[in-house]
Design a protein around this ligand. Structure first.
Ligand SMILES: [Cu+2]
Length: 182
């Protein structure tokens, strides 16, 4: 085992109120003709010395091994999505950027590929992509969320959230694998 603690919770509620899959109480209200889905992952960052892990730090000075991440994606299919990112135990009082990326995290920071885009080849902005502006507090904790009037597309669900250094280089400093769905 990698020592990584990971929990995945998926909730699916049909519009008719019939439970599909494993349902947790308070999983969210379903639209009249929609389909409400919540995906939530908690994980711990490990260094790239660990093979086949799910979430990596590429810069332990900014994101120490053992720092925590939680990602929650709540959707009403075809209508809207809110993706929320929590980070814990990072470098305090520091500004980071983060995005939803298409690929799974790997030992190579580039393994997660590029940004997920709602309209592929469309604008590189916070409406067509999922961007988070993150500022850690005195304890190194932060929360940010991004809302869209679209949902992740079946067949090409994104697979990670990548944390970048704030600045022109936008160096990749950590990555959390998340099996998004909507
Ligand atoms: Cu990115």
């Amino acid at each position: 085992m990698t020592g990584t603690r990971r929990k995945l919770m998926m909730t699916a509620l049909s519009g008719a109120g019939i439970a599909v899959g494993s349902v947790a109480a308070g999983g969210g209200a379903a639209a009249a003709d929609g389909h409400s889905v919540v995906v939530e992952v908690r994980d711990t960052f490990v260094t790239t010395k660990v093979k086949d892990a799910t979430s990596y730090t590429y810069d332990p000075a900014l994101v120490p091994a053992g720092a925590r991440v939680k990602v929650r994606s709540a959707s009403v299919r075809g209508q809207r999505n809110v993706t929320t990112l929590w980070l814990g135990g990072l470098k305090p009082r520091t500004h980071f950027m983060a995005h939803v990326h298409v690929g799974r995290c790997g030992v190579d920071p580039l393994a997660s590929g590029g940004h997920y885009q709602h309209r592929v080849g469309g604008p590189v902005d916070a409406e067509n992509e999922v961007w988070f502006s993150v500022r850690t507090d005195a304890r190194g904790n932060a929360r940010a969320s991004a809302a869209h009037n679209w949902t992740y597309e079946p067949g090409r669900f994104p697979e990670s959230v990548v944390v970048h250094e704030h600045g022109p280089q936008a160096r990749r400093i950590a990555c959390a694998s998340v099996p998004f769905a909507s």
